[in-house]
Structures are given as structure tokens and as C-alpha cells.
Design a binder for this molecule. Structure first.
Ligand code: FE2
Ligand code: FE2
Length: 154
């Protein structure tokens, strides 16, 4: 059995944000299970996207994925998944099906980054590249949405 690779400190900044992304997926699924109207779920995820994920995607594309050569398969997969998620998040009218797809794709994407991509990145990244990530990281995750539909009884 191989020991898990200890996450580099700079990458931990980004990894912590993945925790919130996975929580978002869970909240969407809870909302759907409780038959919460799609609009209420959409309002929250639109807000979460605008305030958090949009920045997270940008820093990954500008400073993390670029550590890999453009022709690398993992690079292509990461970019393709961002593209697909951006499309889903920018849907003006999110149906239940779209909400399900967001929860499914975001969950899979974060797990791919955590289990595969980041392990490769932390082997390849130079000190300068890691410093660049920290310099560009200028936002904080906001998660204080008041309409907690995921704990609602109806
Ligand atoms: Fe990502
Ligand atoms: Fe990510």
C-alpha cells in the first residue's frame, strides 16, 4: 500500500476550497431530495458561483493547470471539465436536471483534482510557480447564504 502524499501547503489553500465545493454538491442533492423548488436552489448556487467558484476556476486555470504541458491529458481533462461546468453554471433557468448535472459534474471534477491532478502538480511545481499561486490568490470563500433549504423540513 502506498502512503498518501502529503499535500503541499500552497495547494492546501486551493484544497480547502474543494471542501466547500463538495458541500455545495451535497446541498444541491439534499434540496432535490426534499423537493425544494429549483429556483431556490438556483439562487444559492448562482450566488456561490459568482462569489466563490468563478475565482477558484480562474486561479486554477491561470496558475495551476499551466504547470502541466498543454498537450498533457490531465490538462485537457481539467480544462474540458471547467468548460462544461461553466456552461451549466451560466444557464439562466436551471431545471432540476441541470441542478443534478451540476452536482454530479462538480463532485467528479473536484475528486479528479484531489485524487489525481494535484498529486501530479505538486511533484512538478517549482517554488516560483507555487509562489505565483499565493500571489494571485486574493479572495476568501464566502458561505453565509441565509436560505438554508438543505436543512428545511419541506
Ligand atoms: Fe477545477
Ligand atoms: Fe478545483
Amino acid at each position: 500500500m502506498t502512503a498518501p502524499i502529503k499535500r503541499n501547503e500552497t495547494l492546501q489553500i486551493i484544497s480547502r476550497e474543494h471542501h466547500f465545493a463538495l458541500l455545495l454538491c451535497w446541498k444541491i442533492r439534499e434540496g432535490l431530495k426534499k423537493n425544494i423548488e429549483a429556483k431556490r436552489i438556483q439562487d444559492y448556487i448562482d450566488w456561490f458561483w459568482e462569489n466563490n467558484l468563478i475565482h477558484h476556476f480562474e486561479i486554477e486555470e491561470a496558475s495551476l493547470f499551466t504547470i502541466l504541458p498543454i498537450e498533457n491529458e490531465l490538462y485537457k481533462k481539467a480544462i474540458d471539465e471547467h468548460e462544461s461546468l461553466r456552461k451549466l453554471f451560466s444557464e439562466k433557468n436551471k431545471t432540476k436536471e441541470i441542478l443534478e448535472n451540476i452536482a454530479y459534474e462538480l463532485d467528479a471534477h473536484v475528486r479528479f483534482e484531489e485524487r489525481t491532478l494535484f498529486n501530479v502538480l505538486q511533484i512538478l511545481a517549482t517554488k516560483e510557480q507555487l509562489q505565483q499561486i499565493e500571489q494571485h490568490h486574493n479572495y476568501k470563500i464566502l458561505d453565509d447564504w441565509e436560505d438554508e433549504f438543505w436543512v428545511s423540513k419541506n
